[in-house]
Design a protein around this ligand. Structure first.
Ligand SMILES: Nc1ncnc2c1ncn2[C@@H]1O[C@H](COP(=O)(O)OP(=O)(O)OP(=O)(O)O)[C@@H](O)[C@H]1O
Ligand SMILES: [Mg+2]
Length: 310
């Protein structure tokens, strides 16, 4: 692999508070695109730059967030500073039955303005080899910023970075539900690698199964589609062919948070290192099986490396 690669992950990370069984609160940071950057950082050599692209505030938790990224080797050059807004926050509580509930304070977060400076974003992407974002990154933007971002990412510039997109459709995050399908499909049509999850796609598009999800995106012209489907086979379209790859072993999940994100990171890391599509899916299945057996979205990097065989 060309070791001087540069990868960007674009979106929103939040302060996370979760309460353990003894009732004590613990604080971390999480968010789908951050989880993905974390997984890539774990699996790529130090010579590869992994940067997070977002916006935070000047509040103490925003400052801690920047420190957290830097301590973990994730670049902050493209984490802008919003003078008015702070970082978003969410809490996770588990009831006596093991059922988790989430509460969010993110509607006025700084990250919602991460796409205000499109020329800066375009310049950052033009210098990257791989750019990743999700449907959550799009859902949090106002309509004009969202459309401008999709247009900008569609223009690759002379270096021609690869664009990877996970629709991660969360209907509650979208102000206008009528925009979900057209926006997701517009971004997908400009993507090189699409990483959808069948459950989300069934709700938004009525896909009967993961093969239908795969076929719909392949039909939009996406050259590489990897449709996750929990413990059911991963449905892939690549190099003009369909592949169905069984999940080798279904494990008993402890916490499914971040399963898809860790899958995406392992898949993309493997592809960047020259792995075939099948090798990349196998690695992703191993790493995501580990993630569902650990509490929290961010599994220690050493454990990720061990599972990936990196
Ligand atoms: N119980 C399990 N045992 C083994 N592997 C699992 C299990 N659940 C999920 N996985 C693995 O994790 C991958 C992603 O899971 P899933 O399809 O639920 O993603 P997701 O819903 O996108 O997750 P996220 O909540 O992070 O968005 C699956 O393709 C599979 O490889
Ligand atoms: Mg997902």
């Amino acid at each position: 692999m060309n070791s001087n690669l540069s990868v960007l992950s674009i979106g929103e990370a939040m302060v996370e508070f979760f309460r353990d069984d003894a009732g004590h609160w613990h604080q971390g940071f999480a968010g789908d695109t951050l989880n993905m950057a974390w997984g890539l950082r774990a699996q790529l050599p130090d010579s590869t730059c992994v940067d997070y692209v977002s916006r935070a505030g000047t509040d103490p938790f925003s400052q801690r967030f920047r420190g957290f990224l830097e301590e973990n080797g994730i670049g902050t050059a493209h984490v802008g500073t919003d003078p008015e807004r702070g970082i978003g926050l969410y809490t996770i509580e588990t009831d006596d039955m093991g059922e988790r509930s989430f509460s969010y304070w993110r509607s006025a977060s700084a990250a919602r303005r991460f796409a205000d400076d499109i020329p800066a974003l375009t310049a950052a992407c033009a210098a990257a080899d791989l750019v990743y974002l999700s449907g959550i990154s799009l859902a949090i933007l106002d309509d004009a910023a969202c459309d401008a971002l999709i247009d900008a990412l569609g223009e690759r510039g002379s270096r021609g970075f690869k664009l990877a997109f996970d629709p991660n459709i969360r209907p509650k995050l979208w102000q206008d539900p009528n925009r979900i399908a057209p926006v997701i499909e517009a971004m997908a049509a400009k993507s090189d690698i699409l990483l959808p999850t069948h459950d989300d796609e069934a709700a938004a598009f009525g896909d009967r199964d993961a093969a239908a999800t795969r076929a719909r995106y392949a039909g939009l012209g996406v050259p590489e589609v990897v449709a996750k489907d929990g413990i059911r086979p991963t449905q892939v379209f690549a190099e003009g062919e369909d592949l169905s790859l069984d999940v080798p072993e279904a494990v008993k999940p402890l916490d499914t948070t971040g399963a898809g994100d860790s899958f995406n990171a392992a898949y993309l890391a493997s592809r960047l290192k020259g792995g075939t599509v099948t090798e990349a899916v196998r690695t992703a299945q191993r790493v995501s099986a580990l993630t569902v057996q650990r509490r929290g979205a961010l599994v220690p990097m050493q454990q990720i490396r061990a599972a990936a065989g990196a």
